[in-house]
Design a binder for this molecule. Structure first.
Ligand SMILES: Cc1cc2nc3c(=O)[nH]c(=O)nc-3n(C[C@H](O)[C@H](O)[C@H](O)COP(=O)(O)OP(=O)(O)OC[C@H]3O[C@@H](n4cnc5c(N)ncnc54)[C@H](O)[C@@H]3O)c2cc1C
Length: 529
């Protein structure tokens, strides 16, 4: 395998965390690895609701932190929540300066949406449901114009280089078609900003590229992964058989839209004092239960929005119309879908992972902000805060910025991508065994399926990244014998205590759990003969 070297900071990914960090690192030279054309393929560009931030009285960072801690079901790190919520306003002002056209009031303030489990309207938005697309458009323009940032499109990371316990660079492959023979690229620092894991599930709101690659990269290099079992399911993915499932943003429920079943019963009304605005895990389980019982849950926006949905929530309206549903006159069919991976590579307040040389930000990281249940619209905020922290810390570890030549890769040869049937099998196994409601039997079955998928295409690095992340999610879910936040076990339906502990696991530890599940099933098969 050919090895190249660069003086540029290597940023893996091109979502919000990556773009914001690259700009904050300027003038330090950066190489950004973007599998798709810049701005595409990232969850960031699909975000609808916006960014949570206490922008003005009567709101305050303290109130925002309290809501974050309460939603997080006993495992939020209060220092992290205090620091992130205190920084939020500054980053919104920064995004505004960088060209994001946030919705403004006649008086010049920010229009704020109300979302579930927030004690007040606190989410800054753009053109109703266009926050992600517009923030990314503004930042991508800045990145393109920054002389310090080289964007390499069409290439993905397939592995991390580890030398003497330190991350020393990345292995790169062609992204199109899934894979190629890798080249090694060494660099002074690696920032992993490769997003979450939704695509590991058969029903997800995430773009196809977001399928556990980044967490798998960190895990295979030996990094500690925290809170892997906490996968947040969004209660109102639009259920029209599309993959990925389009999202009906929570802001619709903030506007007063209600959830009904096929009998017209508003099933959240008796389920929680906050009804449709209960914490996301509560609503997701209720929607899932209605769906499982064949009661076809729908989100009804007609009374509160009527025709205004077309202009106020254009992405939602368009997704409905393209599936033959007129949201002005019809309720929207909904299902719970894998949406956000709370767990990830464990990082400290600077965004440093457990491996020297590797920083992680955004959804690929686990900072302790979200606990067991992310508060709505804290995801983009975390990517901003830690993208910035990582940039500052990386810059402080490197010699002062100097110009560096652009990296030019040799022609990359082709190699087979992950088999589509295997990927499908993996995704179905995750939805069936490690979905909204879990139990030990289903989790063990999922571990065996993951092992079988991995064995069916040995040496395929992108597939190994996916199975590594899947193994960590399921192993951590099996070991957490309680229900907490987004992690619900039907065989352990209550939290073990009010305050919980975060999980930490290496891939080697997760593989030991998987091996045990595989061996137990082999022994059972032999004794049954
Ligand atoms: C439909 C939807 C709506 C959402 N709405 C909101 C919202 O309103 N508010 C909120 O706070 N959060 C929202 N979220 C969550 C939020 O969008 C994400 O958590 C956030 O954008 C993550 O940013 P990121 O930079 O970490 O990752 P991403 O934006 O997902 O970017 C990851 C990048 O890594 C790249 N990548 C992947 N694999 C590799 C690889 N192997 N090598 C190199 N690059 C790789 C991808 O191509 C992409 O460029 C939403 C998510 C979805 C899916």
């Amino acid at each position: 395998m050919e090895t190249l070297a660069t003086e540029r900071v290597i940023i893996v990914g091109a979502g919000l965390g990556a773009l914001y960090a690259a700009l904050a690192l300027a003038p330090h030279p950066v190489l950004m690895i973007s599998p798709d054309p810049l701005g595409e393929g990232a969850s960031s560009a699909w975000a609808q609701g916006g960014v949570a931030a206490a922008m003005a009285a009567p709101d305050s960072p303290e109130a925002h932190a309290i809501d974050t801690i309460r939603a997080g079901a006993g495992t939020v790190d209060p220092e992290v929540a205090a620091a992130v919520t205190a920084a939020a306003r500054r980053h919104i002002l920064d995004l505004t300066d960088l060209g994001t056209p946030f919705d403004r009031t006649a008086e010049g303030g920010y229009v704020l949406s109300r979302e579930a489990a927030h004690s007040m309207a606190r989410v800054v938005r753009v053109k109703g449901d266009q926050a992600g697309a517009e923030i990314m458009r503004a930042l991508a323009l800045q990145v393109r114009a920054a002389p310090s940032i080289q964007v390499m499109e069409g290439v993905m990371a397939s592995g991390l280089l580890v030398r003497d316990g330190r991350v020393a660079g990345v292995e790169l492959m062609l992204a199109a078609g899934g894979a190629s023979e890798p080249v090694r690229l060494e660099g002074p620092a690696v920032l992993l900003a490769g997003g979450g894991s939704g695509g590991l599930y058969a029903v997800t709101t995430n773009p196809p590229r977001i399928c556990g690659q980044a967490i798998g990269l960190a895990a295979r290099a030996g990094a500690v992964i925290a809170d892997a079992e906490f996968v947040q399911f969004h209660p109102t993915a639009i259920d029209v058989g599309h993959d990925p499932a389009p999202l009906a943003t929570e802001a619709l429920r903030g506007e007063g839209a209600v959830l009904l079943n096929h009998a017209g019963i508003r099933f959240m009304a008796g389920a929680h004092p906050d009804a449709e605005l209960a914490p996301r895990d509560v609503v997701a389980r209720a929607v899932f239960a209605e769906g499982q019982a064949g009661r076809r849950p729908v989100l009804d926006t007609r009374a509160v929005l009527g025709g205004a949905i077309l202009s106020s929530f254009p992405a939602v309206a368009q997704a409905c119309l393209s599936a033959g549903i007129d949201p002005v006159t019809q309720p929207i069919p909904v299902a719970a879908a894998a949406h956000y991976h709370i767990g990830g590579a464990e990082t400290d307040r600077h965004g440093r992972s457990s491996l020297p040389g590797l920083w992680v930000c955004g959804e690929a990281s686990s900072t302790g902000l979200h606990g067991a249940n992310r508060l709505a619209s804290n995801g983009l905020l975390e990517a901003l805060v830690y993208g910035c922290s990582c940039a500052a810390d990386i810059a402080s570890c490197l010699p002062s910025a100097a110009q560096a030549p652009e990296v030019s890769l040799p022609p990359l040869g082709a190699a087979p991508p992950p088999g589509p049937q295997l990927v499908r099998r993996l995704r179905l196994a995750m939805t069936a065994g490690a979905g909204v409601i879990r139990d030990a039997q289903g989790l063990r079955r999922a571990l065996r399926e993951i092992a079988a998928v991995e064995a069916a295409q040995p040496g395929c690095r992108p597939l190994l990244n996916m199975t590594a992340t899947a193994t960590l999610i399921v192993a951590a879910a099996l070991l957490r014998e309680e229900s907490r936040g987004a992690h619900f076990r039907s065989d352990f339906p209550r939290p073990a205590a009010e305050i919980g502990t975060r999980s930490r696991m290496t891939l080697a530890e997760a593989l030991a759990v998987r091996d045990e599940a595989v061996q137990a099933s082999s022994i059972a098969a032999i004794t049954q003969r």
